[in-house]
Design a protein around this ligand. Sequence first.
Ligand code: PLP
Length: 419
Amino acid sequence: MSATNKDLFDRCRAFKRHKVAQEYGVYPFFRALDDSEGSRVMIEGKPRIMLGSNNYLGLTHHPEVIAAAKAALDRFGTGCTGSRMLNGTLNLHNQLEDELATFLGKEAVLLWSTGFMSNSGSVGALCTRKDMIFADREDHASLIDGFVLSGAKLVRFKHNNMDDLERKLEFHKDFKGGKLLAVDGVYSMTGEVAPVDKIVALGKKYGCRILVDEAHAIGTIGPQGRGASAHFGMSDHVDLISGTFSKSFASMGGFIGCPQVVKDYLMHNSRQFMYTASFTPSVAATVLAALRIMRAQPELVEQCRANALWMRTELEKMGYNCLESNTAVVPIVIGQVEQMLWFNKRIFEEGIFANPVLPPAVPSNACLVRTSYMATHNRADLQEALDIFEKVGHELGAIGPNKALMADHWVKMSETMAI
Ligand SMILES: Cc1ncc(COP(=O)(O)O)c(C=O)c1O
């Protein structure tokens, strides 16, 4: 190491945020599951109700899905060991592309090894520095990476705010390059739905191509769980429908639904597609089986929605603020970072696994615990979770007459925890 150069690792040594939370025993991340039945998991020797997955339809443990994955493993082996372009295309990949295109109402589908890559790789290849991207401020990180990769001019509008979007579209109406308008169909942390009908109307008026990331919308909203675009009857008008297989599809991988001409272009131009191995045979078979179940059993989508709706109603009755969501994600707004981490630690001790959401994903005074629901949660699981939320909420002053407690309770911790 030269004496004059800075050591890149200095910033790693200076990074302390996680350590403070660990010292206070409230660090919530990287908890290992020892066992999983889907809606219940074993962590640190204790069963917990799983309210922190994206396994909305519970298909990770569906017997037909598991059987399909095992059959593919026996037939093709454990991996594809290469890019789709070369040795990594199985008939299962092609079949999945065809069936998913029909499901989405799109001319074609292209598969990617993760949803992150489908967003970053498609936007990164389609847009260039001569183009302009209009994006909701809360778009997923994978889209943001795509925007950065493309070099396009980025214009961000206030979250779900159509007036702000229109102002910005109007301001740039004479821009001569290509325009993309990109949103999430359902926002992952709050469960809010994008107004896709209004987004399409504005996008078309100002000459934009439209991309909707349906990662949290497929399997949870729209007819047969076809997502937010379908929910608003807009599938034909949304040019690019992206998504992941790591949520309702019970596995991993991603996709773009698009015109054939766009698929052909991306197959031969996107580095994230061309220079990575395709997903494994068992993944392809899992997703295909999950898609077929989703089509054949729309009642699973309804069950997931009903569970989430019941929880939201009961939590709100207790006095929790669950924002405006009406999907499978039910956020519980707690307050400052320290308060939320303490709340999350207590519900975990009592038997709930949920996801803490910290800034910058949320404002620093409105940190939340993200809960999400599955078609396979039963009422006994959910009632047990409600009892815990009620007990811990009163104990910490998150609900009920002791609300002031919440303010005092964590002062000491706040002073030292600069999270
Ligand atoms: C909105 C959204 N888009 C894309 C992704 C990326 O999906 P994947 O897990 O397949 O990389 C996620 C996953 O967290 C997501 O929440």
